[in-house]
Design a protein around this ligand. Structure first.
Ligand code: F6R
Length: 631
């Protein structure tokens, strides 16, 4: 959702900006741009459509290196765009500059009142060159700056920001103050890496990690003024706030595909180790209690007291994190016998949900930055609920605001299409369910032990699926030209059907839907004919027979049917399965409650091979971004 950077220091500014942007490429790839102050104190601006490499290709070799001695101060800003307002073209690419080239600015977020601001500025004669919401900010600042005596740019910023509505992180510079870089945060992430006489502003700490080991996490409605003398922070009322410089504990992003063609395939193959890592120290043996010591407890929270007092759980998140939450609902309700609701964070936060101090909100977010999920966390906290987050980023905004942080421990996920984090999030939800069931005595000990023993075997089961990923390839070729595809399942694998469809949609652009197999006959079955393949997930257990009947109903409407089932089912039910399905994918025998962790993997491969076969950009699918920081 756009990545922004800014640099003030004595190093050549352009390579530094480009390197920092490379670490933020997961946030968008509609366009990239930089602006820096040259030796004549003029902004040099370069922009290119598409990925960062297109910008790199147009940058003059010596751009931003400075012509004077190493004591020269360099200043620049940069941007990676995920388009919200205005097409993904060069004109709408950031940085945006004022008409007189006085101020240059980059923005992540959405200015909600941009239309009114634009109308009023245009009426005063300001020329707009782009269709973005951002451009009105730079013109507004320029207007207020001109009306001031020029001595206090912070005051100008405060005046301007009070007129803006929406979520934004901004980094900007003004030619009046060539040794000052400004950074502003309001509901969009922004950090400042602190070095020796140099500073790097970025949307994500990963962009800072290869340069600095000290960091300032800006808070909402704070303005930072960065100069060779240090960082000063002000709030919107003009009061100065003491900056808190913290150690930065994350390593730089490892951009290494380890021999795989795409990050997605590498990350799919990492899943056995991700599961091991996510279980490590938490599930040590079948007769040992689950240890759910959080990575972080904020606000003086006592995790044990919180978990003991809750009588209801509301899981919230978006996309794949939402789907993982749905799997958790089936598992936790079965074991703990308390109500678990799952709701998309974007809906939850605008619905005035009924929560109280006995409600545990579980905020699922790989990135920990998803705007809707973050707002759901804030709203729930205000209503007195306790918030536990399951995230892959312990340094994220959500992790900093939740009461309890449980890390997914999946390692950095580069592919925009989430795979290993889905599995890791489910593992943590399962551990939460097991732990609650243990302390409350709500599930027979023997069965708890069987589940724990089963969980410890999951890495080997996934390894077995991954030992021959190519078996999925012919199916991908065969069905990869379908215009629509349905994924159906029941029970705990229903969310896996949703996830399978989501993977396929996002990287192959084929229309796919996940349905409860029981819902098929209530509408979607009307669409079925020989052109719509239906993939059914059937794992022996509670809903196997019913799911098989639903698959047969689809076949009776001439749908081409693919089955995903277990090896033991292929022995016990060979006849009906072979009769129902044109093609069958198998996973090893696995208890029904644990099966989503394994059944997901062939569906990830199915989506991957189809996208590859169709020649799509697997790791950076069009229109998407890894971190969704706008609502
Ligand atoms: C799909 C995908 C998205 C994310 C969603 C939430 O592959 O990655 O659907 O799951 O944008 O992101 P997080 O988990 O970072 O909150």
């Amino acid at each position: 959702m756009c990545g922004i950077v800014g640099y003030l220091g004595k190093k050549p500014v352009v390579p530094l900006l480009v390197d920092s942007l490379r670490h933020l490429e997961y946030r968008g790839y509609d366009s990239a741009g930089i602006a820096y102050l040259d030796d004549e104190n003029l902004f040099q601006v370069y922009k290119a459509c598409g990925k960062l490499v297109n910008l790199e290709n147009i940058l003059p070799e010596a751009a931003g290196n400075g012509t004077e001695s190493s004591s020269t101060l360099h200043l620049g800003i940069g941007h990676i765009r995920w388009a919200t307002h205005g097409a993904a073209n060069e004109i709408n690419a950031h940085p945006h500059t004022s008409n007189d080239n006085q101020i240059a600015l980059v923005h992540n977020g959405i200015i909600e009142n941009f239309y009114e601001l634009r109308q009023s500025l245009a009426a005063e004669g300001v020329q707009f060159s782009s269709d973005t919401d951002t451009e009105c900010v730079v013109h507004l600042l320029n207007k207020l700056n001109k009306a001031s005596d020029g001595s206090n740019f912070i005051q100008v910023l405060q005046q301007a920001l009070k007129q803006l509505k929406g979520a934004y992180a901004l980094t900007l510079a003004s030619r009046d103050n060539p040794d000052r870089l400004y950074a502003v945060r309001n509901h969009a992430p922004l950090v400042i890496g602190v070095g020796s006489e140099e500073y790097l502003v970025a949307s994500d700490a990963v962009a800072v990690a290869s340069h600095h080991n000290k960091i300032i996490y800006l808070k909402d409605r704070e303005i930072a003024e960065i100069s060779p003398e240090g960082v000063r922070i002000f709030n919107l009322d003009g009061e100065e706030v003491q900056p808190i410089i913290e150690p930065l504990n994350i390593g730089p992003l490892q951009i290494d595909k380890k021999g795989f063609k795409h990050f997605m395939m590498k990350e799919i193959h990492e899943q056995p180790d991700v599961v091991r890592n996510s279980l490590a120290g938490r599930l040590v043996g079948v007769d040992q209690p689950i240890d759910l010591t959080p990575q972080v407890s904020n606000n003086g929270s006592d995790p044990t007291a919180i978990l003991n007092q809750i009588d209801r759980i509301v899981i919230t998140g978006c996309g794949t994190s939402f789907n993982a939450g749905l799997v958790g609902k089936y598992f936790i309700e079965e074991l703990v016998r308390i109500p678990v609701e799952v709701e998309s964070a974007g809906e939850y936060r605008y619905r005035n949900p009924v929560v109280n101090k006995k409600t545990l909100i579980v905020a699922m977010s790989q990135s920990g930055e998803t705007a809707d999920t973050l707002e759901a966390v804030r709203q729930s906290s205000q209503q007195g609920a306790k918030v536990l987050t399951i995230t892959n980023r312990e340094d994220s905004s959500i992790a900093r605001e939740a009461d309890i942080v449980l890390s997914a421990r999946a390692g950095v996920e580069v592919s925009v299409c989430a795979t290993k984090t889905f599995v890791a999030q489910i593992i943590v939800l399962y551990l939460l369910g097991l732990s609650l069931a243990e302390t409350r005595g709500t599930y027979p000990t023997e069965q708890l032990q069987a589940l724990k023993s089963g969980l410890l075997k999951v890495p080997t089961l996934i390894e077995s699926v991954l030992s021959n990923p190519e078996v999925v390839q012919p199916l991908a070729k065969k069905y990869g030209h379908a215009r629509d595809l349905l994924f159906i399942a029941r029970g705990i694998n229903y969310p896996v059907a949703l996830e399978g469809a989501l993977k396929l949609k996002e990287i192959s652009y084929i229309h796919a839907e996940g349905y409860s197999a029981s819902e098929l006959k209530h509408g979607p079955i009307a669409m079925l004919d020989e052109d719509i393949p239906v993939l059914s997930i059937l794992v022996p257990g509670l809903v196997f027979d019913k799911s098989l009947s639903n698959a047969q109903e689809a076949k009776a409407r001439d749908a081409r049917s693919i089955g995903l089932t277990t090896t033991d089912a292929m022995v016990d039910q060979a006849g009906p399965l072979e009769d129902t399905f044109e093609d069958i994918l198998t996973i090893p025998q696995v208890p029904e409650l644990l099966s989503p962790l394994v059944a997901t993997v062939p569906l990830q491969l199915f989506a991957y091979y189809i996208a590859e076969h169709l020649g799509k950009d697997v790791d950076q699918p069009r229109n998407l971004a890894k971190s969704v920081t706008v609502e």
